[in-house]
Design a protein around this ligand. Sequence first.
Ligand code: NAG
Ligand code: NAG
Ligand code: NAG
Ligand code: NAG
Ligand code: NAG
Ligand code: NAG
Ligand code: NAG
Ligand code: NAG
Ligand code: NAG
Ligand code: NAG
Ligand code: NAG
Length: 866
Amino acid sequence: MANTYKDTLFLSLIFSFFLFNSAVSETEILLQFKNSIEDPMNILSSWSNETTIHHCNWTGISCTNEAPFVVSSLTLQSLNLSGKISASICNLPNITHVNLADNVFNQPIPLLISQCSSLETLNLSNNLIWGTIPEQISQFKLMKVLDLGRNHIQGKIPESIGSLKQIEVLNLGSNLISGSVPLVFGNFTELVILDLSHNPFLVSEIPLTIGEMGKLEQILLQSSGFYGELPENFFEGLKGLSILDLSQNNLTGVIPKIESFLPNLVSFDVSQNKLSGSFPNGICEAKGLVSLSLHNNFFNGTIPNDSTNKCANLERFEVQNNGFNGNFPSLLWSLPRVKLIRAENNRLNGEIPDSISEATQLEQVQIDNNSFTGKFPQGIGKLKNLYRFSASLNGLYAELPPNFCDSPVMSIINLSHNYFSGKIPEVKKCRKLVSLALADNNFVGEIPESLSDLPVLTYLDLSHNNLTGSIPLELEKLKLALFNVSFNKLSGRVPSSLVFGLPASFLQGNPDLCGSGLPRPCLEDNKSMNKPSGFAKLTFALVFVALAFAMLVFAFGFYLIRSHKKKMELGSWRSVFFYPLRVTEHDLIMAMDDEKTFKGNGGNFGRVYIVKLPSGELVAVKKILTLASQSSKALKNEVKTLAKIRHKNIAKILGFCYCDESMFLIYEYLPKGSLGDLIGAPEFDMPWSVRLKIAIGIARGLAYLHKDYVPRLLHRNLKSNNVLLDDDFQPKLVDFALDRIIGENVFQSRVTLESSSSCYLAPEYGYTKKATEQNDTYSFGVILLELLTGRRAQQQNEPSVDVVKWVRRKINITNGPLEVLDPKVSSPPPSKEQMLGALQVALCCTSVSQQKRPSMSQVLHSLELL
Ligand SMILES: *[C@@H]1O[C@H](CO)[C@@H](O)[C@H](O)[C@H]1NC(C)=O
Ligand SMILES: *[C@@H]1O[C@H](CO)[C@@H](O)[C@H](O)[C@H]1NC(C)=O
Ligand SMILES: *[C@@H]1O[C@H](CO)[C@@H](O)[C@H](O)[C@H]1NC(C)=O
Ligand SMILES: *[C@@H]1O[C@H](CO)[C@@H](O)[C@H](O)[C@H]1NC(C)=O
Ligand SMILES: *[C@@H]1O[C@H](CO)[C@@H](O)[C@H](O)[C@H]1NC(C)=O
Ligand SMILES: *[C@@H]1O[C@H](CO)[C@@H](O)[C@H](O)[C@H]1NC(C)=O
Ligand SMILES: *[C@@H]1O[C@H](CO)[C@@H](O)[C@H](O)[C@H]1NC(C)=O
Ligand SMILES: *[C@@H]1O[C@H](CO)[C@@H](O)[C@H](O)[C@H]1NC(C)=O
Ligand SMILES: *[C@@H]1O[C@H](CO)[C@@H](O)[C@H](O)[C@H]1NC(C)=O
Ligand SMILES: *[C@@H]1O[C@H](CO)[C@@H](O)[C@H](O)[C@H]1NC(C)=O
Ligand SMILES: *[C@@H]1O[C@H](CO)[C@@H](O)[C@H](O)[C@H]1NC(C)=O
């Protein structure tokens, strides 16, 4: 079916090609091309047969330099163009470059363009191109640059792609390509840039021949489905390698020897795989190396001392979450360009030298959970760009130098769980400090009052030290989210806002603290009330004025902090897209902050928002509270599993976006909204044929989840609000299998919260808590009853009589089932029979006894036979 369609399309395209091939002027060809383009911004207004401007001077057209001037390239990028890319373009005999990137063309790969005998560059990146890569791709014989990145291209890469012998740049990144990379990639001897990144459905080994493609400069395979070991000769032939990104795949084994010198290497990223073995020796022979990322693998052994001193251009060094041990190369600390050093969660030791002051570009240091020793280097105080220094869980000791927080951009300091001693120095310069954690050290003396002058300080953890004195009253000025001074030797009155006004304040383990809300009331409380005087009245008036002023200042500060916090919240979001969505987390969160996007009632697990993306596409977004029940890795894997479902009755998951507490699942947008909302609308009136189609669709989707998809899934939260309808009333299920995403326990507690009220849940669920296929069958039966009766499952005015009870009562009392059918459905004979048949199915599905309920494939079969 699909093939015949493709063939016809292809033939008709060829046909049109010959039609146009008669000698027509280039002007006419271009006008023909313009004809099928939608141009909302009227960019192509200069393209006209009524103008005196030569067509070589039209927008986006370039011609050959000499007479006869003929069109050589067409560049219409970022113009919001849509419509159809017309074949007529191929009639321009000398055209070599076509760039239509960053538009909104929504069509299959335009095959006919392969007939453009002279075409060398085709850039269609960042459009809405869909469908598979056709075999005919082999006709792009002269193609040097083919960029189809950031589209919606599906299916396997055809073997015939091997005919593109001249190809220099091949970009298929950020698509939905599946299967494995064909061997013919070895034929691309001219290839310079290969981009297959962000294709979550690829399942492939790295092509063995990759090391023989001697001209390769950029290999971008990150975040796709590559597994297995790197070919042994990987680095032997790639003398020109400049950027290697293999991160976020499933690669195993060791990094092949880098014997040859890689003079152009700039970036080396193999992070987030399952690689093991030792630090890639010789990597710093590449003197131009700017970024080295090995993090989140199983590397072990030492980081060679001498290898890193040559990396004079290094800006990013990331080896965190591995098993590295031994001495951390001290020269790394003073590299002149280094911005980021991350080595947390290893077993590294050594001292941070004072020469760190030479690393003037340093922005971020994270070396938590290692065995570093020595003092906090004075040199850190001289760095002007450092905004994070995090070295908790190490063996650092001695006093903090007074300049420890002198960087004007310092935002996060974490020195918890070390052996620092002495007083905590006053802090003055780091006006941007948000978080200060000094817990579990041996600090003595008082809490520095200057902390209260830091306008955005939000997290303060000084617990488990030996601090004395009282808690500075001025701390009340701050808008703290966490204040922990537990287990010190503090005394005196606790400012009441620190006790009552804070979401998290920890004061225990300080027996001498007093104040309301604490076990010990303060003694002076009564005394101070007893001596009013004239002088006191005057002071009172002055204090009042001062207070009013302070409140103003406070309100302003609060405003600053709020806006700051908002930014921080955005910062902690991560997103994973299975579909080239042109949207950032920021866009999503902003759009969802906006109440207008609210759509419908999302049921148990939050609301569904309709969000309009910058490309104009709409998506449905569902917020779920995850309560950090799963690790983000587990979360990603689960959502990936669900996102792989391809069924016409299951809404596609396009991606998700998460932080610690919640996540947003992004589903495809369905214009008709939820079935629940439709049935609930007062004017609900739908022919039986459509209702039956919806019921069959839902049954098909469920049967697929239950029997055909691997792993087998249960929906567990089926209700008419979780059935969305497309333009054609084809139903699609959303909100399925959330238990897998948020974890069984959290899921259970959510369901229990609502179970008393939800009439979609099978009665036995209330006591067994066991998820079964029969539970889903029951929920389906309820929806089928809604469709048959035209009543919502739960009526607002009589909540105790749900549709199941209502139907059973009617059928028992009155003279027949006809009474329950929606009177708005006009029922000519076939409909009525079908409706009565469907009612029988619905009654079986909602039968009280689990064993009597049919499987969803049986249900589907019965409905299809009606
Ligand atoms: C320009 O083209 C339009 C149709 O595309 C046609 O109707 C019109 O007559 C043409 N004008 C001239 C001057 O050729
Ligand atoms: C395009 O315009 C420039 C000046 O605007 C002119 O010199 C040139 O001749 C024009 N090209 C053609 C092919 O008419
Ligand atoms: C792009 O075109 C769409 C309609 O095709 C329009 O709604 C949107 O506003 C346009 N965007 C820009 C930036 O012109
Ligand atoms: C255009 O291409 C033809 C062959 O397709 C060639 O003969 C001709 O010289 C080219 N013209 C220019 C100006 O390059
Ligand atoms: C294709 O066009 C886009 C947008 O202009 C650009 O970013 C990209 O680099 C181009 N691709 C190639 C291979 O030049
Ligand atoms: C790839 O190259 C080999 C020889 O180098 C050739 O036999 C084969 O046909 C080529 N593959 C394609 C698809 O062109
Ligand atoms: C990685 O590979 C292992 C087996 O080699 C497989 O079980 C696992 O699902 C893969 N993970 C991903 C994310 O592809
Ligand atoms: C590194 O880990 C491998 C196993 O992955 C182990 O065989 C080897 O002994 C370890 N080497 C060192 C130096 O710890
Ligand atoms: C590492 O090299 C530096 C400078 O070359 C040297 O001072 C230091 O002692 C070396 N450390 C080890 C453990 O070899
Ligand atoms: C510290 O790192 C080790 C691995 O070196 C890891 O097993 C452990 O969980 C980490 N501890 C913390 C608190 O992150
Ligand atoms: C606090 O100081 C006492 C001695 O003054 C010492 O015994 C104790 O270990 C110290 N506690 C901490 C957490 O440093």
